[in-house]
Design a binder for this molecule. Structure first.
Ligand SMILES: NC(=O)c1ccc[n+]([C@@H]2O[C@H](COP(=O)([O-])OP(=O)(O)OC[C@H]3O[C@@H](n4cnc5c(N)ncnc54)[C@H](O)[C@@H]3O)[C@@H](O)[C@H]2O)c1
Length: 318
């Protein structure tokens, strides 16, 4: 409803810029891919069109979505020309703060005061990037994951002085584009990378300590909690498993492995209050009894469907 009335300029026509362009244009937005010169921008545009045709041929996209990308996507080798008429400008250039600062300054010099500016940075604090702008209130992080065309999640990251109305606006547009956005704080690694890197560090430590090899760890993660995580987040899993079970497990781990496995204070407090998750009518997600019952009832069906999908994909996905 709103996307087809929205024009978006994407500065940086590389891997992520192209993916973001496909996502937005297939949902009806008009997008201009901009790069440092016409050759790069045209190449980036050509790559999106070729990928889109391939995705339609493989059945990842409908023919209508493919046509929408081709109709709605253009390119420009000039920042000043490319941003004309844009409601939102996405900065998707190299992950270097000085390059991003220069590009953000250049963008602000050629757009009107009411144009929203978003960055797809992976790890640079949004507040640090905002320092380049004279109107930082129109700026926020909108972090797509790779490949943007297929991964549903998007982190929407306001910094300290972002206009409070902006995150909800971006969430609405991203939801309309079929994404699953969540507003998260401007903290190091945001949500995804902080959790992903915490897991990798512990996995690497197990390899370094000789407890299991990379192949064994990958097998167990894919086939145990990683299997669950394809459908449920860590809080849904904990609420279903039982918070008392989690607290006891942390106590054993802390005894053997030390302080990094101390029971999280919020978990200890819940268990002390008798909140054991769904089984006691509580839990981190605060689901009603009916919602919790529905989630548990849906779980086994979801897991059996996921097991079937894994079997179908066997040999190609792992
Ligand atoms: N690749 C990933 O897995 C991934 C995932 C999430 C976020 N990101 C983030 O997305 C951003 C882009 O990453 P990428 O993988 O698409 O990089 P990329 O190297 O594929 O593309 C960057 C593009 O920016 C262009 N560019 C550089 N300076 C420019 C300027 N001044 N004006 C216009 N265009 C300019 C380059 O020519 C290039 O086409 C980075 O901030 C990265 O951290 C990447």
């Amino acid at each position: 409803m709103q996307l087809d009335a929205t024009t978006i300029a994407i500065v940086g026509s590389g891997y992520m810029g192209g993916g973001i362009a496909q996502v937005l244009t297939r949902a009806g937005a008009r997008c201009v891919l901009i790069d440092t010169d016409a050759t790069r921008a045209e190449t980036g545009h050509g790559r999106v069109i070729a990928d889109t045709r391939d995705h339609v041929a493989r059945g990842y996209l409908t023919a209508e979505q493919g046509q929408a990308v081709e109709a709605n996507l253009t390119w420009s080798g000039s920042l000043a020309d490319g941003v004309q008429g844009a409601d939102i400008v996405f900065e998707v250039v190299f992950e270097q703060i000085d390059v991003k600062h220069a590009v953000l300054r250049d963008i602000e010099a050629v757009v009107g005061d009411d144009v929203v500016i978003a960055t797809n940075t992976s790890a640079i604090p949004i507040g640090d990037l905002a320092e380049a702008l004279t109107r930082p209130e129109r700026f926020l992080g909108v972090h797509f994951f790779n490949p943007a065309t297929l991964l549903p999640g998007v982190e929407v990251i306001p910094h300290a002085t972002t206009d409070p109305a902006l995150p909800a606006h971006l969430v609405e547009l991203l939801t309309e584009a079929g994404k699953e956005p969540a507003v998260v704080a401007d903290t190091p690694g945001f949500v995804c990378n902080r959790l992903q890197f915490a897991l990798f560090k512990e996995a690497a430590r197990m390899v370094e300590d000789g407890h299991a090899g990379p192949e064994q760890i990958d097998t167990i993660v894919r086939a145990s909690f990683g299997f669950r995580l394809a459908l449920y987040g860590p809080f849904a899993v904990a609420d279903m498993a039982g918070l008392d079970v989690y607290a006891s497990s942390y106590t054993s781990l802390e005894r053997a492995l030390g302080e990094r496995f101390t029971v999280p204070p919020s978990l200890a407090a819940r268990v002390a209050d008798g909140d054991l998750g769904i089984k006691s009518g509580g839990g981190y997600l605060g689901l009603s009894e009916a919602e919790a019952t529905a989630m548990v009832a849906a779980r086994d069906h979801a897991y059996s469907e996921l097991a079937r999908l894994r079997a179908d994909l066997d040999g190609t996905a792992s």
